[in-house]
Write a protein that binds this ligand. Sequence first.
Ligand SMILES: O=C(O)C(=O)C[C@]1(C(=O)O)C=C[C@@H](O)C=C1
Length: 367
Amino acid sequence: MRNPEITPVEHPLAGIRREIDAIDDQLLALLNRRAACAQQVAEIKTAAGEVECFHRPEREAEVLRRMAERNPGPLGRDVVVRFFRELMSECLALEKPLAVAFLGPEGTFTQQAAFKHFGHAIAASPLPSIDEIFRSVEGGACQYGVVPVENSTEGVITHTLDSFMRSGLLITGEVSLRIHHNLMGQCEDLAGIREVFSHQQSLAQCRGWLDRQLPGVRRTAVSSNAEAARLAAETPGCAAIAGEVAAELYGLGILARNIEDEPDNTTRFLVIGRNPVNRTGQDKTSLLLTTRNDPGALYGVLEPFARHGISMSKIESRPSRRGAWDYVFFVDVEGHRDDPTLAGALAELERKTTLLKILGSYPKAVA
Ligand SMILES: O=C(O)C(=O)C[C@]1(C(=O)O)C=C[C@@H](O)C=C1
């Protein structure tokens, strides 16, 4: 028999846990209300005949920026952006999951970039080469592709830039990823390693560390970091340089972490698609242009940007393949092609170039 005079002492966490339960109930209802709204959006888009792709990059960028700006904390900006990114990814998947091609196999940094940009509720297809990614989006098998374009330590990925010379695809987004490299393998320590596999860019990004820690050990470039991890998993005495995800995927132990030579090692990826993206007010535009091979021709081309007060975040030159010393320039500027100032500068540029191709206007990465 319980003594009615003794009131049981409540656990110190009980009150706050009741509050958490009540909040979770509200969150659950709100999350599903939002998902139901996305389903209604799908019905409206279908009725309007927009059945090919429900994804709206400009709207997603607006949602993420608004939530990041309104966030009162204590959750950090990154956490809030990641959370709403995944929420929109799941809402879109209820409408219709996106088909996204990335540079495979599973476990590459390009796969991480694809998830960072689109969230995890996508049908992601690992493809073996940049060419195949372009082809799969051009042919309609995938709605988007994700390809690496430049690394802060090693510079541009020339194959990606060259692909834009022949392709009619548009750039619809960009993703920056902080790249941490790890040495992984089946051995216990560095002493047992006789060969290191990785992508040539990653071997270059870790050159100093390899010279110091594994002098004389053979370095072999393979098609991707994930492929390196797969090889290390089946070849005794071999290690790989790759991201943490690849170690998990191929069951390897991490022998040394963060071995990249530059502390800010970052790779920028481009998202490619078939449809133009509307302006958000915080956009970027990528251009490809060629000039006459005259003195001062490049200056003449870039001068309108300076006069219109448009800032340029990148300029890169590549041989045009039309003859020796003939170049194609890849230029990134601030703004959307529909912004009146940029539209004015582009109209002037058209008259000064031998070729001007607008590769796309897209929202600046929300990170
Ligand atoms: O607003 C839309 O057009 C939607 O489809 C909804 C929503 C969202 O969840 O907020 C989902 C996917 C789109 O890419 C953009 C936004």
